[in-house]
Design a protein around this ligand. Structure first.
Ligand SMILES: [Zn+2]
Length: 74
């Protein structure tokens, strides 16, 4: 089954790792704090930045976000 983007959220590498966010978090105001699915606050600036290849490879996936998504899609 294909993942539904609106349901599963989006992964984004930020300074503290690779976290998942609701799609609504992407449209927040610049400088606003948004929460990853695991609850950590992240500046929306980081979220809206286009991540380069190295950021994707170098960041560890947040397992708390992963578990939240797994519950949603079950
Ligand atoms: Zn997370």
């Amino acid at each position: 089954m294909l993942a539904d983007g609106a349901k599963v959220g989006r992964w984004q590498p930020v300074s503290s790792g690779r976290h998942a966010f609701d799609l609504a978090a992407r449209s927040s105001e610049p400088g606003e704090l948004v929460r990853a699915l695991c609850g950590i606050p992240v500046s929306s600036d980081e979220l809206q930045r286009v991540a380069d290849e190295l950021a994707w490879i170098g960041k560890a996936t947040c397992m708390d976000c992963w578990r939240v998504l797994a519950k949603r899609t079950r």
